[in-house]
Design a protein around this ligand. Structure first.
Ligand SMILES: NC(=O)c1ccc[n+]([C@@H]2O[C@H](COP(=O)([O-])OP(=O)(O)OC[C@H]3O[C@@H](n4cnc5c(N)ncnc54)[C@H](OP(=O)(O)O)[C@@H]3O)[C@@H](O)[C@H]2O)c1
Length: 236
């Protein structure tokens, strides 16, 4: 299967890429980013199936990028402005990067599929977060306390657009939203935010790969779902 990893230079995507390289079901990987994904000696050893693709316009893909994105079977989309970077990026840019880039990606990957690959649906997974909101009802205290209501609503709007796109595709596209809490890894300082659960980086990467390969269990996966699926996949 051909997998696109959107934002392949990031913290989570680096682990996704590492696990995807070792997974024999994935025969082709497009590591898409605004700069080149760096390969560790460990991942580099199995890089024959990998194409590192740099893109300078995620709002309107250049033709050379489109050519590489043709006939993808699945995409794990990780590009976003994360809360820690919110103060360094204008709000308009945050909306563009965290919402519009994802909706452009799902549409573009769908359009770029030839009839023969349309026999199977395109699986598009959008990485969101534990505290995102799809409506203003019942705003969680943790979101209000952290001053992230608008950001939570923005990410929730992106989730709705991604789910709606699949729903209106008559089966051509399936989408899934993952909502992890704080993602921990050895050697990375563990943050604590009241009300937000934790998940291991290896578990969430394994869970996302499991779901794009085997099919989405449901359209929205919680932190608990991801931990369960990831641990099961790693044991398997
Ligand atoms: N880390 C966590 O604990 C956590 C928890 C819950 C949810 N999440 C979600 O998981 C996803 C991935 O998180 P992460 O921690 O891996 O984030 P990250 O390390 O900041 O990676 C984000 C990716 O987006 C790219 N990106 C950022 N701004 C961009 C722009 N203007 N144009 C193009 N690409 C851009 C980054 O490229 P560069 O490498 O070039 O900057 C990087 O590839 C995000 O949606 C995040 O909200 C993360």
């Amino acid at each position: 299967m051909k997998l696109v990893i959107g934002g392949s230079t990031g913290y989570v995507a680096t682990e996704v890429l590492s696990q995807a390289l070792k997974n024999p079901t994935i025969t082709s990987i497009i590591a898409l980013g605004r700069r080149e994904a760096e390969l560790t000696p460990e991942t580099g050893s199995d890089a024959a199936k990998l194409k590192v693709l740099v893109c300078d316009n995620f709002g309107d893909y250049p033709d050379n990028v489109k050519a590489e994105l043709e006939n993808a079977d699945a995409c794990i989309w990780t590009i976003a402005i994360t809360p820690i970077r919110l103060n360094t990026v204008p709000w308009e840019e945050t909306c563009k990067v965290s919402r519009d880039y994802a909706t452009t990606a799902i549409k573009t990957l769908d359009i770029l599929r030839q009839p023969q690959s349309q026999e199977k649906p395109l699986r598009f997974l959008y990485m969101s977060g534990h505290l995102t909101l799809r409506s203003r009802d019942d705003i969680p205290a943790a979101l209000r306390d952290s001053g992230l209501i608008d950001y939570g609503l923005l990410r929730g709007e992106a989730e709705t657009l991604i789910l709606n796109y699949a729903e209106q595709s008559h089966g051509a596209v399936q989408s899934c939203i993952v909502k992890p809490g704080l993602i921990d890894a050895p050697g990375v300082e563990r943050r604590e935010i009241p009300g937000i659960p934790h998940i291991e980086l290896t578990d969430i990467a394994a869970a996302m790969l499991d779901q794009v390969i085997g099919g989405f269990e449901k359209d929205t996966l919680s932190n608990d779902d991801l931990a369960r699926i990831g641990q099961r996949a790693l044991v398997g």
